[in-house]
Design a protein around this ligand. Structure first.
Ligand code: HSE
Length: 370
């Protein structure tokens, strides 16, 4: 009998990517899907998917949710915080797969990233754990890139500088970034045609446009296009941003580390659409030859792609543009640092909506189904 799987928040960005990936992989043929909504009860279900019911069901109807074998929620932390606990209190014993951070650090939840922690997932299933949560995108993308080193326990610590895409903030941030680009371009081109300015005067026009009261910055609060924002998420008491704090805490939970691996750095929002990039400085616990490091990294999983440390290879293959919309995790700029023989640097890029969000959830659902 096929499992009854409820989808909530499937119209949002992560949910849409999840559905797209599921369709492309024919995942729907293995389940009986039911689509829920928080706001449009009774509307038609997605036309391209063969559904158990033809209309959208109420995502707040606990009695209906209780009948499901599996719930996949991309609706966000607020929804999860209300509904998950209500369902569990009522004794619902189904599997909950969640994209939000709400349940990530609970003792009885597993952060899923099966190319890295399939063993922990299987162990959890044997122990009757029923809550599986997608990790923070930056963490998942780092682990997909550096998995080969973490697996061999050769990392003493990592510092990281991130270059994070606007999709991490949500759809409205993506749109606002594009609006900012358009606003700057229009401000220059309209006047430049008449004035035929030099580059410094053009730069001044761009700067003036960014300072204009009408410049679109409702969500970012400041211009991002033509600039950057070195803060992501709320503030922790120790001076970290929450995104920075998650780096160590979630990584160590995913790895189920016996010895805590310190990870820290600065997370920065940049004007990239949907790929997060990360620059790593790593202290290894030994002087490991670079060729060996390269082979450990590139043999870890089928998606990590080692990029030779040359200008040509880097510029062609190690950019958000080269990666966007793919599952590839290129990692390059690998070299020993002049600081010492145990120190290396590396740079990696990954699609924040795929391995950073939807793909681990899709794969977890398939693990449950199989
Ligand atoms: N917190 C991330 C970001 C989103 O803002 O880029 C994915 O976890």
């Amino acid at each position: 009998m096929k499992k009854l799987v409820g989808f909530i928040g499937w119209r949002g960005m992560v949910g849409s990517v999840l559905l797209d990936r599921m369709q492309k992989n024919n995942d729907f043929k293995n389940i009986n899907p039911i689509f829920f909504t928080t706001s449009q009860v009774g509307e038609k279900t997605p036309v391209m998917i063969d559904c158990t019911t033809s209309f959208l069901e109420d995502a707040y109807n606990i009695d209906h949710l209780k009948e499901l074998d599996i719930i996949v929620s991309c609706q966000g932390a607020e929804y999860t915080s209300i509904i998950y606990h209500k369902l569990r209190k009522l004794g619902w014993n189904g599997y909950w797969i969640d994209a939000s951070s709400e349940l990530r650090l609970k003792n009885d939840s597993i952060i899923v990233l099966d190319p890295v922690n399939l063993d922990s997932i299987h162990k959890a299933l044997n122990q009757d754990i029923k809550t599986f949560v997608g990790g923070n995108c930056t963490v998942s993308l780092m682990l997909m890139a550096l998995g080969g080193l973490f697996k061999r326990n050769v990392i003493e610590w990592v510092t990281v500088s991130t270059y994070q895409a606007v999709s991490g903030g949500g759809a409205k941030y993506m749109l606002e970034m594009l609006q900012q680009m358009g606003y700057i371009y229009n401000s220059i081109s309209l006047r430049n045609k008449i004035l035929n300015k030099g580059i410094l005067e053009i730069e001044k026009l761009a700067r003036d446009a960014m300072k204009n009261n009408f410049f679109p910055k409702k969500y970012f609060t400041v211009p991002l296009t033509g600039s950057l924002i070195p803060w992501i998420d709320s503030s922790m008491k120790n001076g970290q941003s929450k995104e920075e704090w998650k780096g160590a805490i979630e990584t160590n939970k995913i790895l189920n580390s016996k010895n805590y691996i310190p990870i820290d750095g600065t997370c920065v929002r940049i004007a990239s659409l949907r790929c997060h990039s990360q620059s790593f400085f790593i202290k290894l616990n030994d002087n490991i030859p670079i060729k060996k490091i390269e082979s450990w990294i590139s043999s870890h999983n089928p998606w990590v792609k080692f990029i030779k440390n040359t200008e040509k290879d880097t510029v062609k293959n190690l950019t958000p543009f080269a990666v966007t919309g793919t599952l590839n995790i290129p990692i390059g700029r690998l070299r020993k640092l002049n600081i010492g023989k145990n120190y290396i640097s590396a740079f990696s890029v990954g699609d924040q909506l795929l391995w950073g969000a939807a793909e681990p959830l899709r794969r977890m659902l398939n693990i449950l189904i199989s």
